[in-house]
Design a protein around this ligand. Structure first.
Ligand code: CP3
Length: 343
């Protein structure tokens, strides 16, 4: 008889099932706060790292060798599949698009993404990680949410206000909707290919949701995410939607057909859960700055997150946004152990 294998805690929590301990992983857990990542980056530029499966798999696994994390996340970038669609961009280190997309003609000329043809190295990375990662540590595949990708494509580079992207929504709403539809379909294809290659959960990053008023979020960002989510529903893979600065958007995202909503530290998890209801899990939401607190204080801040999340199933501990590059890895080690001990 086959040995009984239990569902990893992270996947159980995604499905609001009971867990033996509170699962934790860290947004941007593979990256510059790790000396071993910086050592590799001295020799290899970021784009090459993401395009070389052996190296991307190695960087994906680096944080797992240090900390008993409950999930791995593919090492790549939200802009990588757009590069595969022929959008020329540089990482400086943030992505900079050489020719921003601002006209209907440019949108019409964007080719559809065929993941196996355009970004085979991402799928090969996933296969390598799955062969090497411990079985209890599921691999998260990811993509940028359509509106967040639109922000980069229209503005060309990161900015506080993403003024050109927001102006584009008002000046050319039909073109914006067309671009969002194209991106939604491309990301559905991309994420389905990641799942087929072995990704056990899929995450959409809506890093710039907080730029939009609820009305514009509901008109532009939400239908595009829903389109991607609907296309992935037939797969038996949990879907996570991370919404940065989404305090005014929770009622809108409650209706999305996804399993988990990730939120930043500005929201109270108890209030978020009350709006989302018992069928959706939540992920978050410690302020990345809390990792700079003295050890005992860091534990109190982790306690506050756990208390707000409550004891009902369906919470994945995480930061509210990506870990900062100047964070001490020892603080991450203490946080992971503490959250596990608290169960
Ligand atoms: O560990 C992980 O989380 C996996 C790897 C990952 C990267 N980017 C690697 C990366 C993930 C999940 C991303 C997603 C991503 N990329 C997002 C969504 C998440 C978020 O933080 O809101 C966004 C908005 C981007 C765009 C991007 N790429 C920015 C703003 C930057 C530069 C600044 C930064 O935060 O690092 C990048 C480059 C990038 N992506 C780096 C890494 C490790 C740094 C590149 C380097 O080593 O020089």
């Amino acid at each position: 008889m086959a040995a009984r294998v239990s569902t990893p805690a992270f996947l159980a929590a995604c499905r609001c099932q009971p867990v033996p301990h509170r699962p934790i992983w860290i947004m941007r857990q593979a990256g510059r706060y790790l000396p071993e990542y910086r050592a590799l980056r001295e020799k290899v530029d970021f784009a090459t790292l993401t395009r070389t499966p052996e190296l991307a798999a190695e960087v994906t696994l680096q944080p797992l060798r240090r900390f008993p994390l409950d999930a791995a996340i593919l090492f790549s970038d939200i802009m990588t599949p757009l590069q595969g669609m022929g959008v020329e961009l540089d990482f400086e280190p943030a992505p900079v698009v050489r020719v921003p997309i601002r006209s209907a003609a440019q949108i019409a000329a964007l080719p559809a993404l065929v993941a196996a043809r355009d970004v085979p190295f991402v799928l090969d990375t996933i296969r390598l990680v799955r062969a090497e990662a411990p079985r209890a540590v599921p691999l998260i595949g990811f993509a940028g949410a359509p509106f967040t990708l639109l922000c980069y494509l229209v503005c060309g580079k990161p900015s506080k206000e993403f003024a050109a992207a927001r102006a584009f929504l008002y000046a050319q709403p039909q073109a914006a909707e067309l671009l969002l539809t194209r991106l939604a379909d491309a990301m559905a294809e991309y994420l389905a290919a990641q799942a087929a290659a072995g990704a056990q959960a899929l995450m959409l990053f809506e890093s710039w949701a907080g730029l939009l008023a609820p009305r514009e979020f509901a008109r532009f960002a939400l239908p595009a995410v829903q389109r991607t989510a609907a296309a992935l529903r037939r797969l038996d893979v949990p879907l996570i939607y991370y919404v940065n600065q989404g305090a005014t958007l929770m009622e809108a995202v409650a209706g999305l057909d996804v399993d988990v909503i990730g939120v930043d530290w500005r929201l109270n998890l108890a209030a978020v859960r009350a709006v989302l209801g018992p069928a959706k899990a939540v992920q978050g939401n410690l302020d990345p700055a809390a990792l700079f607190a003295p050890p005992a204080e860091l534990e109190r801040h982790a306690d506050a997150v756990l208390a707000e999340a409550g004891s009902q199933p369906g919470h994945i501990f995480n930061l509210g946004h990506g870990i900062w590059p100047d964070t001490d890895p020892d603080a991450v080690a203490r946080l992971v152990d503490y959250v596990h001990e608290r169960r």
